[in-house]
Design a binder for this molecule. Structure first.
Ligand SMILES: Cc1cc2nc3c(=O)[nH]c(=O)nc-3n(C[C@H](O)[C@H](O)[C@H](O)COP(=O)(O)O)c2cc1C
Length: 184
């Protein structure tokens, strides 16, 4: 049984990034009895940013004990990951940025990854405006996960054109999501 972790960063529970992430997880479940664990970053009560204390370089894990610690441990144990993130003001939404900074604890002093290799990741980025910032967010996320040793099995960059529910009726992106999920 493979463990697949889904990470929703949008504050909107029925948002476009959530719907696409669910399609990916659906695809992942279609093939086998994979175990799925999901985290709604917006619902975490205690989520502190990286303190740059460097204790993780001695301990091999983040010293902070909050809800983000649970997400970090789950990612460390996972076989595959789906991250689904809206673009806010040209960047990944803050709910996700806190988690990403805390993944500093996955790096050693030389900034090499300390988490087991061979994990897979699917990355979903949703946005409204074609000004290039979403592509840049996707590019940065891809670089980051590659650096951590993940194999990227799918990048879904989805423009919502200002519609809050467009993904739920877009069969093309839902089917793409399921096919990416099959690769996890
Ligand atoms: C605070 C805020 C800032 C945003 N900034 C951008 C932006 O810079 N570029 C963009 O293309 N879309 C931007 N958007 C639109 C969202 O990225 C888009 O609606 C996305 O689909 C939301 O994801 P969701 O439906 O999963 O909640 C912004 C939305 C909000 C609420």
């Amino acid at each position: 049984m493979r463990k697949i972790v889904g990470i929703y960063a949008s504050p909107r529970e029925d948002g476009n990034s959530r719907v696409i992430c669910d399609a990916v997880l659906d695809g992942a479940m279609g093939l086998s009895t994979n175990m799925i664990e999901v985290f709604h970053l917006n619902k975490l009560n205690a989520a502190r940013g990286c303190q740059n204390c460097e204790r993780c370089k001695d301990l091999g894990r983040c010293v902070l004990m909050d809800d983000i610690s649970l997400v970090l441990e789950s990612i460390r144990d996972a076989d595959s990951l789906v991250v689904s993130i809206p673009v806010f003001f040209g960047h990944a939404a803050a709910q996700y940025r806190i988690l990403e900074d805390r993944m500093y604890s996955f790096l050693d002093r030389g900034l090499s990854s300390t988490i087991p290799s061979g994990k897979k990741v699917a990355i979903v980025v949703t946005y409204d405006r074609n000004d290039g910032s979403a592509a840049s967010v996707m590019n940065d996320l891809s670089e980051f996960y590659r650096h951590l040793g993940f194999e990227i099995v799918g990048n879904i960059l989805y423009c919502c054109y200002g519609r809050r529910d467009t993904a739920s009726t877009d069969n093309e992106v839902l089917s793409l999501g399921r096919s990416v999920g099959h690769r996890l």
